[in-house]
Ligand binder design. Sequence first.
Ligand code: SAM
Length: 286
Amino acid sequence: MKLAPEKIEQIEVDCLLDVIYQRLGYDFRDYSPDSLRRRLNFLVEQERVDSIAELIPRVIHDELFASRLINSLLVNVTDMFRDPAFYKSFVDNVFPILKTFSFFKVWSAGCSTGEEAFSLAILLHEHGLLERARIYATDLSPQVIRKAKEGLFSADKIEQYTQGYRQAGGQRELSDYFFSCYDCAKLEERIKKHITFACHNLVSDSVFTEVEVIICRNVLIYFDRSLKRKVVSLFTSGLHPGGVLCLGSQESLNGLYDDESYEPISVTNRIYKRTHSIAQVASIYH
Ligand SMILES: C[S@@+](CC[C@H](N)C(=O)[O-])C[C@H]1O[C@@H](n2cnc3c(N)ncnc32)[C@H](O)[C@@H]1O
């Protein structure tokens, strides 16, 4: 039977994902096929092999390659104050809500090396809200969580991040929050101590605690539609009624939730408020 090259490639991708799951425990089977194929074809070139199928034995027998492959599929790219317009909108629209709480919890899901949580903590500090906050920052990859816990950057990165910090509404010097450590800059403990980093898998783990804010930017774009729906439902179960879900400009809630669960706070930055369902209102008042 003759099969089209795309069909053959899809078979190879499916076999590879099964092997990754069985050998390494990472489940990419419901990630976006287009994005997976792009990354795998890039690896095929980089590793100088002829097909995705040739990566299969290497996943089984070559630990260093397996770790490179996982890093490449997870896409850990991040920055402090990435997309400053999002932070600006968060400060303008969500901080007034947070000011009404004496204590609140924020979950940064898919936090990579922690830059999103650090940025948010700095802005909360500048608005007198950090003392009331506990930020949980989680990622599937133990490697990025280890790095996040250090809060260590090359000194020139801080300079690069300064423009985003200003555009996000930062009021001081970004360098005020870091101390020099040889040729690196380390985030000060007074900011870092409000963040708890942990490994958490959005595909298979449950919600660990109820929170007032969930930020999950540049993560769902790598999932297929059914997995996006599953993760949004996980968020909905972990979000306090009246709480805020932030997906960032690259993602949208369209079609991923039942229409009554959320109302938009910022349409462009995809910031949503979880509405109270009738059942929730009844449980609050009884
Ligand atoms: C592109 S980064 C986004 C980082 C940050 N949120 C930002 O916008 O800068 C995507 C992150 O999602 C994480 N990720 C991918 N699949 C995940 C899963 N199933 N559970 C938790 N994190 C996951 C990756 O490890 C990666 O660090």
